[in-house]
Design a protein around this ligand. Structure first.
Ligand code: MN
Length: 442
């Protein structure tokens, strides 16, 4: 039997806000991503929710009594200029706030004229907003969950054994740095670093990287902590996840390949990571759930602590992700950004819940606001490669831009734009908040 959906949360519910029912904006009543923003007439950043061409200012909603029906701790969390206090309240509180917002914005809920006027007063035009960091991020971990990425990168460096034997069993990850996480639109300085000597007896180089790359990833925001020493079981892992966003894990391949043995990535990675200002809540992703990727014949089944029926059934996300590039030359000639690749996130070998269960399986404590990144998301075919390292075979097969310029890796002035969306029949389309960054010389 079908469960009875609340009228404002049904896939057919529409909003009266300008642009909310326009599929090109991807911000219907069923999406409602969070951000922290400042409008021209406020001098403080406020928590907000995207709807159509507008942002609903949650601080103003709280101040003007629009949230008087919901528990006071949720209203207090809405007045804070970051998502952490709301995250800390847990999934029930997230659901309460979401359905209250949906009721305010839906055409199918009767609003008193006074409430409607106050809601209109809490809406600002998204185009005029200046964004700031949506979450205070205590810790950042980057994984390596795309087997297609792991295999193709492995093929470049170890053609005889592209996939290391541990890959099929253990979600590979490393601890990144939060201090250099920057918001979309922040320009990225080309890092300097050591690179491998040309001859074995020569000194290594120390210069601006000549192999600057992007990595198309999804960021997973942890909304619920676990105490040190207490693993999160796979069955409960998804309830610890608050939301997702696009993330670009910039990488300097020459620095990375010289420094990574035997301890792993370091300065080739931690100079910058860009995040979208928008976080799509997990509750908006129900229609875009997809089964865990099947294990092909040569791969073993995961260990029991990484397996549960619900996660295997619907643990992955059927979201299309794209990378675009626009060079300075293209901008001068008004040429639109060119798409470099397109991939579906459901191809990931490890699901978000498996990453959470594995990360805490030794008792490691995740904190509210922690950011887990999936690792570069690539698909099985070449056109779905999530970084230039793969697309250009480590720079040996440059790609050609519409201007005739060629790219082995990124050059100064290049802007990389990550986009993503979800489509499912019978549901309105959602578009993830984009993530951009332009390279400038070091
Ligand atoms: Mn990465």
């Amino acid at each position: 039997m079908m469960s009875q959906a609340h009228p404002s949360t049904s896939p057919h519910a529409e909003s009266w806000v300008f642009g909310a029912n326009n599929p090109d904006l991807g911000l219907p009543l069923q999406h409602l991503p969070y951000c922290v923003f400042q409008s021209i007439d406020s001098n403080q950043p406020h928590l907000g929710v995207g709807i159509g061409a507008c942002i609903l200012d949650l601080f103003v909603c709280a101040e003007t009594g629009l949230f008087d029906h919901i528990p006071a701790d949720i209203v207090t969390a809405c007045s804070f200029p970051a998502l952490n206090p709301l995250m800390d309240l847990g999934p029930k509180a997230w659901a309460t706030l979401r359905s209250e917002i949906q009721a305010l914005l839906s055409t199918s809920t009767p609003l008193s004229s006074d409430r409607r006027l106050r809601t209109e007063a809490a809406l600002v035009t998204a185009r005029e907003a200046i964004f700031s960091a949506p979450v205070f991020i205590p810790n950042y971990t980057d994984f390596y969950s795309s087997i297609d990425h792991a295999e193709r990168v492995g093929m470049l460096f170890r053609p005889d054994q592209p996939l290391l034997p541990n890959y099929q069993h253990v979600p590979i990850g490393y601890h990144g740095r939060t201090s250099s996480i920057v918001l979309s639109g922040t320009s990225i300085q080309r890092p300097k670093g050591q690179s491998k000597p040309v001859r074995s007896e020569a000194q290594p180089g120390f210069a601006p990287t000549t192999s600057l790359d992007y990595e198309l990833e999804l960021g997973l925001y942890i909304g619920q902590s676990n105490p040190l020493g207490t693993p999160i079981p796979i069955e409960r892992a998804s309830s610890h996840l608050f939301g997702i966003s696009l993330l670009n894990d910039w990488s300097a391949r020459d620095i990375q390949s010289w420094e990574y043995q035997p301890l792993g990535p370091f300065l080739g990675k931690n100079f910058a990571t860009s995040i979208s200002p928008w976080i799509t809540p997990i509750s908006a992703l129900g229609p875009f759930r997809s089964p865990a990727a099947p294990r092909l014949h040569h791969l073993a089944e995961s260990l029991p602590y990484l397996l549960c029926r619900s996660d295997q059934h619907a643990g992955n996300l059927n979201l299309i992700l794209e990378v675009f590039l626009v060079s300075l030359e293209m901008k001068k000639k008004s040429i639109a950004p060119v798409r470099l690749s397109r991939v579906c996130a459901r191809d990931l070998y490890w699901t978000p819940a498996q990453l959470i269960a594995h990360h805490t399986s030794n008792g490691c404590n995740l904190q509210v606001g922690d950011l887990l990144a999936t690792g570069t998301i690539s698909g099985p075919d070449h056109a779905s490669a999530g970084c230039l390292l793969e697309l250009t075979s480590n720079g040996t097969q440059p790609i050609t831009l519409p201007t005739g310029e060629s790219r082995a890796f990124l050059v100064d002035g290049d802007e990389v734009i990550l986009r993503g969306y979800g489509e499912a029949s019978g549901h309105p389309r959602i578009i993830l908040g984009e993530c951009r960054g332009t390279i400038h010389s070091g």
